[in-house]
Design a binder for this molecule. Structure first.
Ligand SMILES: Nc1ncnc2c1ncn2[C@@H]1O[C@H](COP(=O)(O)OP(=O)(O)OP(=O)(O)O)[C@@H](O)[C@H]1O
Length: 641
């Protein structure tokens, strides 16, 4: 695999400083716990090294027959040291584990909240799979590394200094030998870390890549099967898995070598200490019991240095993970709430309470009463939303000369789009695929901000109110009817959390979702992730019912009837027009039959309004609309009930 690919999976290197800044910010609230953990670790280390010191004194006392009193004193001191050491060890591990878990939780919460703030294009820079890796796997690495750094790496300087000082206090010659041994071990550790750290960083990039590929392959499994692309997909995944395995093996090889070197050095050092110790005993420089202490000091240094390698080598990987998290968190959302939000004007008339009406019989959707003076226009740009007569129904929402250009796009997706949505009226948008219909719907919810022009709700620019306030006035059925895993009732209550069962059943009836009544569990029926245990049409009706549960000023149906048969489509539109008589409705559709009874139809072509009027007016005056009608009549798509 080429270096450039390896580099690309290694993560956003430029953001390392941001990663460091992020870590400092995450640790700041836990300064007290960090100090406590470090103090406890010092107790652990000192206790651990004090035991062999006392043990050697005990042996020496026993040999020189100092009497039982000295033995008891040394034994008691060892007991105290054992309590202090193991107590410090247990409590410090507990404090550090909690600290790391809390930091990881904070980071996950921040990443999740921030990802919700990002617009679709901003989120798309990372993609769903990478965002999941960053929130779960990357944060896990940071959490583990924190634990390892505190428990394995942080004590090393204390261990080395205390052990070498103790060794010097026993005998300067052996102390010097331990000093040299520590330097050699440090060299081995540095080589191991330097050799394996970049691969560790790449490993995390591979985890991300595996996640992206696997998610795509699993989500699109039916497409893969339908087009017989199993071998190709398997090959792609195999390559990614193989790259990960190769890197993991490389890292393990370096560590296996470093470990064997460490164990070899341990044995050599043990032999050296014994040999040198015996020599020093022979020269009456030290007593025989001191040899055991010197061996313990050297073994403790070596053991901690070996453990520190595992922790230190994780640091670049954790730094890469932090950088990837920082890349998300430092991406300033382009859409934000204003500092001093304005409230939209109170609705002129309250939305009427829903009558518990039974599902309406199949009938064409009546044209809304008091339709505005919808002017059929020829295929020419529409300058502004048509001026309404004085007695026109209240304007709920308005797009005024809206232009939108997506980031990185060469041209505008919406060009001078003007639209007025009035209470009690259904306004429809039709146009060829990619003409910008869904984008108009999303502008109303402020999923995108205008490049120029304005969008307003109840007389207030949507940028001047909070998004929560804006969206509380709107019920939205997205083009892709997404349901959450849980029950039907839980899904419907996304529309309104305090809706009663009766209200849910009513919404289901209006949405023509009578099939729920046939389910053994009714409202408690299980919904699989994404609603995959329901058909496309059933999902659409459940998504519509979810929107209907909410009492809103504006209902936006984004191509929400496309999977319904014509009869259900007609029945649904009729029921909705009765149900939502007190609100404005925006209907985005591809099928002429779905929108032909709308009070006002807007025809979009390449992001531009090329016609506005009723169906009959547009058939007479709008070439683009006529073409759509004719193409659907030829294809049978416009069959009208
Ligand atoms: N987040 C985005 N970033 C960049 N371009 C986008 C984004 N969303 C939509 N577009 C582009 O904007 C154009 C209009 O898309 P939109 O979904 O509004 O079309 P549409 O008329 O609803 O199409 P369809 O009927 O196929 O759903 C398309 O060319 C699309 O590629």
């Amino acid at each position: 695999m080429s270096d450039s690919i390896l580099d690309s999976v290694a993560g956003e290197k430029g953001d390392r400083t941001e990663g460091g800044r992020l870590l400092r910010r995450l640790l700041r609230p836990y300064r007290g716990r960090i100090v406590l953990a470090l103090a406890l670790l010092v107790c652990d280390v000192v206790g651990m090294l004090y035991i062999p010191t006392e043990l050697s004194a005990l042996i020496n006392s026993a040999i020189s027959a100092d009497g039982g009193g000295a033995l008891v004193t040394h034994g008691a001191r060892m007991l105290v040291a054992a309590f202090v050491g193991s107590g410090g060890c247990v409590v410090s591990y507990w404090v550090v584990s909690n600290l790391a878990a809390d930091v990881a939780r904070d980071l996950r919460v921040e990443l999740y909240r921030h990802s919700l703030e990002l617009s679709a294009s901003e989120f798309g820079r990372f993609g769903a799979a990478s965002m999941i890796t960053r929130t779960l796997s990357d944060v896990n690495v940071v959490q583990q590394t924190l634990v390892m750094t505190f428990t394995m790496a942080a004590p090393v300087p204390v261990v080395c200094v205390v052990a070498i000082l103790l060794a010097f206090s026993v005998d300067a010659v052996v102390g010097r030998m331990l000093l040299v041994m520590t330097a050699v071990m440090l060299g081995v550790s540095v080589v191991a870390v330097v050799r394996s750290a970049p691969t560790f960083v790449k490993l995390q990039g591979f985890v991300d890549r595996m996640n992206v590929r696997l998610r795509e392959s699993v989500t699109g499994t039916r497409v893969v099967r339908a087009f017989g692309r199993e071998d190709f997909e398997r090959g792609q995944l195999d390559e990614t898995f193989q790259s990960y395995a190769d890197s993991a093996i490389r890292v393990n090889l370096v560590f296996a070598t470093a470990d064997s070197a460490t164990f070899f050095i341990m044995n050599v050092v043990e032999a050296l200490v014994m040999w040198l110790g015996a020599d020093r005993v022979g020269a009456h420089a030290i007593q025989i019991g001191s040899i055991s202490a010197l061996i313990e000091y050297s073994m403790t240094i070596l053991f901690f240095m070996m453990m520190a390698q595992f922790a230190v080598v994780q640091l670049p990987r954790a730094a890469a993970c932090l950088a990837r998290a920082a890349a998300v968190l430092t991406l300033e959302p382009s859409i934000a709430d204003p500092a001093t939000p304005a409230a939209p004007a109170a609705p002129a008339a309250p939305v009427p309470a829903t009558p518990a009406a039974p599902a309406a019989p199949v009938a064409p959707m009546p044209a809304a009463p008091a339709a505005p003076a919808a002017t059929a226009t020829p295929a020419a740009p529409v300058p502004a939303a048509p001026a309404a007569p004085a007695d026109a129904p209240e304007e709920v929402a308005r797009l005024d000369r809206v232009c939108l250009r997506f980031e990185d796009a060469d041209e505008d997706t919406l060009r001078d789009v003007s639209l007025s949505l009035r209470r009690g009226e259904t306004c429809a948008i039709i146009g060829n695929t990619g003409s910008g219909k869904s984008t108009v719907a999303k502008m109303l919810l402020r999923f995108h901000d205008v490049t120029s022009g304005s969008v307003s709700l109840l007389g207030t620019d949507v940028r001047e109110m909070t998004r929560a306030e804006l969206r509380s006035h709107i019920a939205y059925v997205p083009q892709r009817a997404w349901l959450f895993s849980g029950t039907i009732a839980e899904n419907l209550r996304h529309g309104s959390s305090d809706a009663t069962d009766e209200e849910l059943w009513h919404a289901l009836d209006v949405a023509q979702a009578g099939f729920v009544r046939d389910l053994p569990d009714g409202l408690a029926a299980h919904v699989a992730q994404g609603g995959s245990n329901f058909s496309g049409g059933q999902r659409q009706r459940l998504a519509i019912a979810r929107a209907l549960v909410r009492r809103a000023d504006l209902y936006v149906f984004d191509d929400s009837f496309s999977a319904l048969d014509f009869r259900t489509d007609a029945a649904l539109r009729h029921a909705i027009s009765r149900e939502l008589a007190g609100s404005a409705i925006l209907l985005v559709a591809q099928r002429v039959s779905t929108i032909r009874d709308a009070a006002c139809i807007v025809v979009l072509d390449e992001g531009r309004v090329v016609g506005t009027g009723t169906h009959d007016e547009l058939v007479r005056t709008c070439e683009a609309y006529r073409q759509i009608v004719e193409s659907q009549e030829r294809g049978g798509g416009a069959s009208h009930e």
